[in-house]
Design a protein around this ligand. Sequence first.
Ligand code: HEC
Ligand code: HEC
Length: 263
Amino acid sequence: MLAVVLPLAALAQKAQLAQPVQPPAGHPLPELFSGYRYQPEYVREIQNEDIKNPGTLWRNYGRRLWSQVDGEAGKSCADCHNVAEKAMHGVGARYPKFYPPESRPITLSERINLCRTLNMKAKPWPQGSSALVAMTTYVSAQSRGMPVRVKTDGQAKPFFEQGRDYYYSPRGERGLSCAACHERKAGKKLDAATLSQGHSNGFPAYKIATERVEPLHRQFQRCNKRVGAEPLPLGADPYVNLELYLAWRGMGLLVETPAVRNW
Ligand code: HEC
Ligand code: HEC
């Protein structure tokens, strides 16, 4: 049955991904576009078909890890969550999410590591490790085609606001904020790249330039370095807040993980 459904779904998604999306209330942009829209045709074609998309290798590695026993509790993810397609459906689209035990928002990667430490009695996977990136890709891919929908009110609000402040603060030798490039310059050229609105809906994403699936915080580091600012470590609090704010900026865009991006 899957074999029949997937190509049709892929075609429908392809048509949808380049379309504008209505932003949430109070958004600075009149309409939202996925980074997919600004990629060259050949890159979009790679993304359109899982079999051509090298990101599928990371997703498949995540699938293998899902049923692998690890840690002192002698459990795998599958032992508790069963089938990822069901248990993780829509989960990735809702992260970062406020986590009451730590009174702060956490990313999907952090949530996965919490299950490793608390539920499996296993060591957390290091930030940026292929296992953590692969599992984040696999879990996030279970929301593919679903709209990004994060909660930014209530206890999440101060963190959301810190993320927004980070987004609009000028930094680096060139004194450029994220907004300086991504808010009004989408579609304009910057060196070899075409600037997008800088959304997160494709992450973790396969980067043609590095031939790897990269977590969103790696992109933050790259964009920090671009303006001559000191990058923060993957998983740093300011990046988590920024991720929450960025998810809000892209609310309604469809999850594309693992997207394919040229730059
Ligand atoms: C011993 C059982 C157990 C194991 C093993 C386990 N989990 Fe969990 N996991 C849970 C429970 C219970 C929750 C719900 C916690 C809650 O609702 O706060 C959860 C929550 C999650 C969530 C968040 C879901 C959401 O809706 O926000 C993710 C993602 C997740 N697990 C992924 C994993 C992954 C990936 C693995 C393997 C690396 C794993 N889990 C292993 C029990 C487990
Ligand atoms: C000097 C311009 C510049 C600044 C400032 C900048 N970026 Fe970028 N960013 C780029 C370029 C170029 C790319 C690659 C092309 C694209 O997708 O826009 C990119 C890509 C991205 C992407 C990937 C989008 C996708 O769909 O793959 C995200 C997310 C992003 N930037 C976030 C940020 C954030 C957050 C900040 C602030 C910390 C920031 N950028 C600052 C130039 C910039």
